[in-house]
Write a protein that binds this ligand. Sequence first.
Ligand code: KG4
Ligand code: ZN
Length: 339
Amino acid sequence: MSITILGIESSCDDTSAAVIQDGYLLSNLVANQDVHRKYGGVVPELASRAHQQNIIPVVDQALKSAGISRYDIDAVAFTRGPGLLGSLLVGTSFAKGFALSGNIPLIEVNHLQAHVLTHFIREKEKSASLPSFPFLSLLVSGGHTQLIIIRDHLDMETIGRTIDDAAGEAFDKCGKVIGLPYPAGPAIDKHSVRGDPEAFQFNKPRIKDLDFSFSGLKTSFLYFVRDKVKENQDFVRKRKADLCASIQKAIIDILLDKLIKASEKTGINSIGVAGGVSANSSLRKTLANEARKREWDVYVPELRFTTDNAAMIAITGYFKFKKKLFATLDIAPVARMDI
Ligand code: KG4
Ligand code: ZN
């Protein structure tokens, strides 16, 4: 008998629904919320309202493009946290209603675990090599930067984390300093292609063990740009590509330094990268180079599975379904949650 899971993701500013059948993706719909752009960051109240408007059409479209009806769904998996409470509430409430009306199980999913399990989303007619256990994951998103050992689909341990900003936040905040729209990560990636990554140097953090820090780098970038603009008002416009390439390299250096340490410390050479920042083209190239040098097996998600999506929630739900790890209807979303 086949297992069909509906996944719902609403932790931040993307409303997404996906259908996974026996581990294979049938559909994955994402509605982005442009409303935040003019505020330079996500406005929680607006995000929550947009989720309410989007959730039903997005789920409806996900079912249609999967070619199934709601009665074919065996369980509904939803993001319980971490994330914005008002946003999570919309997905959680919808999932509860869907489970109750269809008399099917409800499955809570940790958003961070889901990012890490992205590599296991299979697609028909596409061959994919899946990581074997244990593997090491570098999870880099707008809200999180962590190093995680994955011993099994649902057995994970965080061995390093940021003590302040996340890597994606560093991209976004530095981009804001030079006038790039939110989220600035993709724009920095694009401008960097024409820039010199060695043009400017910024302060490197000295953080022990496998933890990360990005707030010092952000401040160093801010003061550097401020001082240069005092000398020449046109500095940012003229050197945008070099500024982007240099800050991007500084962020990637911090990530790679800790990833190499983690691999050496654990003896694990199977490496996954996940989360929005794993879309970064230079991070992908750097990882591929390190993989050749260090004989790592590197697993990088397809671009559409790097940022928030419900396919990763549905695949996590699928693994939980097989273990009958179901939630009860009194479950509440949580803003903070570890792996
Ligand atoms: O995983 P995600 O969609 O949301 C969170 O769970 O946070 O990640 C969003 C983050 C943003 O900070 C965005 O700037 C960053 O991922 N991002 C990138 C790129 N694409 C998205 N950062 C660098 N280069 C990119 N190409
Ligand atoms: Zn995320």
